[in-house]
Design a protein around this ligand. Structure first.
Ligand code: FAD
Length: 325
């Protein structure tokens, strides 16, 4: 029995998703401060590798093997199996990543168990037997602090709000057998598609070079790609660039795109609208190139280069190439 549970998500190649390492760190830190037990749970056709990895972060991990997880919509299958493990009478809170799978699972589990969901957590403390969760709402304009009214609940944690850190001691993995038939409606997986242009996922990149409307078109993004390549980074974009069809949606950063936390975020031709800012503001260092000194990004960037990106960009590229020899 655990007071806090961590959902372990499994990638297509069977390893643990990065978001789950962050959620595990988030929940373990909270559990340690609160004197609560914390455990992980992985539901997959073959959960072994991911469960073993999750045990690097948590004292105890349940590995539940469920072949249907490979053929059907994972979240429905996982939610039903997890619902079967959670104890109806104890105080329990489930922590999942606020990505597509974690959100899906939170919704399904909430519907099955009647538990509330606090979404997009940025941080949490523990008071009176439950988590008090800080969340970002209205596209980052407000932060709210909320708690559950009862002894159960689901918290989805925003990507990149903590840096994953293994526990001092490797945890135990317990293999659990699934029992009973699955009863929820069957949603079959008919095809898996690898996202185009996702050679280096922007969520995991240490350096991101991002372009906005100022880049002017798909040709302008070639400059962004070249700078990213010279720096060993990934390419990001604003919604304005994505909506114009200059770059795929998978590269969009912001409220309706991805949340990133690189060491360096180089923004070219990006104004810094709030909906973009919420996706990149936790970058360690933000450098902006903009010809408008009054662009909002100047208020939160660490360094602003006032100039035309088509002059600054090639000069930067030439310097980077000269340095790499
Ligand atoms: P602009 O705001 O047009 O800025 C372009 C900048 O480029 C300007 O500052 C300009 O000075 C500069 N510039 C132009 N030419 C040059 C040049 N040659 N050299 C140097 N600088 C130059 N946006 C997101 O990015 N991500 C989201 O997830 C997102 N979600 C949204 C959700 C909602 C519900 C809504 C309403 C909006 C959302 N937006 C999102 C859109 C957001 O409000 C902005 O419209 C968008 O971020 C602006 O993109 P931009 O900075 O590329 O363009």
């Amino acid at each position: 029995m655990a007071g806090l549970w961590v959902l372990g998500e499994v990638t297509a190649d069977g390893t643990l998703a990065r978001i789950s390492t962050e959620v595990a760190t988030f929940a373990r830190t909270l559990a340690e401060a609160a004197g609560q037990e914390v455990a992980g749970i992985v539901v997959a056709a073959d959960p072994t590798a991911a469960a073993t990895e999750l045990a690097t972060y948590l004292p105890r991990v349940l590995a539940l093997s469920e072949p249907a997880a490979a053929e059907r919509a994972w979240s429905m299958v996982a939610a039903e199996r997890i619902a079967g493990i959670l104890e109806p009478d104890t105080q329990e809170f489930m922590f999942a990543g606020a990505g597509p799978d974690g959100r899906d699972l939170a919704g399904a589990l909430s519907a099955m168990l009647g538990w509330g969901v606090l979404a997009n957590a940025l941080g949490a403390t523990w008071t009176d037997g439950g988590p008090v969760v800080e969340m970002s709402v209205f596209g980052g304009k407000l932060k709210t602090t909320s708690r559950f009214t009862g002894p159960k609940g689901i918290v989805t944690v925003r990507p990149n709000v903590v840096t994953a850190a293994p526990a001092a001691k490797h945890g135990e993995v317990e293999v659990v057998q699934a029992t009973g038939d699955l009863r929820q409606p069957v949603v079959r997986t008919v095809e898996r598609v690898v996202e185009a242009g996702a050679a280096l996922p922007i969520e995991e990149a240490k350096i991101i070079v991002a372009g906005g409307r100022g880049v002017g078109g798909p040709d302008g993004f070639k400059l962004i790609e070249e700078i990213a390549e010279a720096l060993g980074g990934a390419v990001g974009a604003t919604r304005a660039a994505v909506d114009s069809g200059w770059i795929p949606y998978g590269q969009q950063i912001g409220q309706t795109g991805k949340i990133v936390k690189p060491q360096l975020y180089l923004a070219l031709g990006i104004s810094g609208a709030i909906q973009h800012k919420v996706g990149m503001q936790t970058a360690e260092t933000i450098v902006a190139v903009n010809r408008d000194p009054d662009a909002p990004i100047a208020d939160f960037a660490d360094l602003v280069v006032i100039g035309d990106l088509f002059a600054v960009g090639p000069a930067l590229l030439a310097e980077l190439r000269a340095r790499s020899g």
